[in-house]
Ligand binder design. Sequence first.
Ligand SMILES: Nc1ncnc2c1ncn2[C@@H]1O[C@H](COP(=O)(O)OP(=O)(O)OP(=O)(O)O)[C@@H](O)[C@H]1O
Length: 295
Amino acid sequence: MKLELDGLTKEFGDFTAVNHINLTMTNGVYGLLGVNGAGKTTLMRMLCTLLKPTSGTICCNGKDIFSMDSEYRKLLGYLPQDFGFYPEFTVEDYLLYIAALKGIRPVVVKKRVKELIAKVGLSKVAHKKMKKLSGGMKRRAGIAQAMLNNPKILILDEPTAGLDPNERIRFRNLISELSEDRLVLLSTHIVSDIEYIANEIWLMKDGEILHKGSIDELINSMTETVWECLVPKNRVSDFMEKYKISNMKSEINQVMLRIISHEKPVENAMRVEASLEDVFLYYFGEKAGDENAAL
Ligand SMILES: Nc1ncnc2c1ncn2[C@@H]1O[C@H](COP(=O)(O)OP(=O)(O)OP(=O)(O)O)[C@@H](O)[C@H]1O
C-alpha cells in the first residue's frame, strides 16, 4: 500500500489550512503531531475524500483517490475526532448497524463483528448500551467500526482524546497490533501516544509539515541542547521568561528545570539527552516572555 501526497493544499477563503504538503506513506504507523489548529483534521479529511483539496493530489498505489471513489473507500477505515456513537445501541448493534451502512455482506457481518469486539477487548460489554461505556471503551468501539471492512488504510483523528493513562496504554498496544500489514495514520497532540508506536512522526504547524522522521531523526534535527539544572524557587520566573522550559520538578526550596537552549543556562546545568517531548517543545513551545506565549 502506498499513499503519495503531492503539493496538497486546502484553502478556506483566504486562509490556508494545509499548505503544499508532499509526503509518501507505505505500511506502518505514522504519527501526525501538532498543536490545535495545525491542520491535522483538514489533512485527514482530504485523505478520507471527505474534503476536496484546493490543489495538489493524493494517489493510492499510483491512482488519484478522488477518481478511485468507492474503490478507494473500500480500502479505508476512518475514526473521526467526534464520531457519532448512537447512545441507545448496544456495542454489537452499533457495529452491525455501521456494517450495514458500509454495505458489508450480511453473511460475513456477524462473525466479523464478534471478532472485532474481541480484538478491541469489548467482549464483556458487547451487550451494553454505548452510553454506558467509558470514554476509552467508546473509542475502542470507534476503532472497531473503522476496522469493519478490514481496511488497508486506517486513519484515526485524535483517537486518544479524553482517555486516562491506562486506556492510553491499552490503546497503543491495540494500534501496534492493528498496524501489521496496513498503513495507519493517527493524529494527536500528546507525544507519548505515538512515541513508542510510530515508525515515522510528522510535526505539523500552521498547515505545513515542519519535520518528519523517526524519533532519533527528529531529536537530531534540534539545533539546541537540553539542560537540567536546580534553581531557587524565586528565580524560576526569570528562567521561564528567557528559556523554553520542557519540565519542572519542585524540590525543597529549589526547582529542577529542564531547559532547551543553545547556551548553558546556568553554571550548574548538566547536558541531558533529548526526548520527543523536548522536540515537541523545541518546535511548538514558547518562552513565557514571548508574545502570546501559552505558558
Ligand atoms: N470549514 C472550515 N472553514 C474555515 N476554516 C476552517 C475550516 N475547517 C478548518 N478550518 C481552520 O483550519 C485550521 C486547521 O483546522 P484543523 O481542524 O484541520 O486543525 P487540527 O490540527 O485538526 O486542530 P484540532 O487539534 O484543534 O482539531 C484552523 O484554523 C481551523 O479554524
